[in-house]
Design a protein around this ligand. Sequence first.
Ligand code: ZN
Length: 245
Amino acid sequence: MSFSEAEVERYARHLVLREVGGPGQQKLKSARVLMVGAGGLGAPAALYLAAAGIGTIGLVDPDAVSLSNLQRQVLYATADVGRPKVEAAVERLAALNPHTVVETHPVWLDSANAGDIVGRYDLVLDGTDDFATRFAVSDACLAHGKPLVSGALGRWTGQVGVFHGRPCYRCLVPETPPDAETCALVGVVGALAGVIGSMMALEAIKLVVGAGEPLSGKLLIYDALSAESRTVRIGADPQCPSCGA
Ligand code: ZN
């Protein structure tokens, strides 16, 4: 695989980076990355993945764009309200980077279909806010040996972590928490979705090119109100419903 003149110019700021360069950019071009959820986290993540030159992006989302999405879901425009998200996203991402192929999956991921979809990609990002989906994605990643970049948001706080084998996401969240909240209920600051979604894309890019230290087995928690972050290590739970003994 080689790059056209236009690609060399497009990716110039990557090509001069020691940690990316030509070989890293080839890895990005060969990569197949699945983004589960094209919402607050998925929108900025997908934009940065396409801009970075990820060769194939899979987008999973069954929803249509609503007016209340536009406060944070920067992939969509006002004229997209009412359209299926994946349909609007394909156009926007193609306009951003015609070298990226976008595959759409306008479905809810659940334990019945997650394995089939996850199995077709090298790396998975989960930005959904539904625990049943998150568990299905985590279990499928564990079964297929795929790294999972997981992000979550609420109010003024966000978190991002990377799971590859043990510990898995369910070592952190074994069951749906009794106090589970959705952004629709408690609210979220739009720009925070941009911060966490961009961090998810960044972790994915690091994993693909092999740069630095990914957040593997760790959770970075960002508190936007204090502008402070902390990173905690996640222990493998022997009682984990997915990866426990
Ligand atoms: Zn586990």
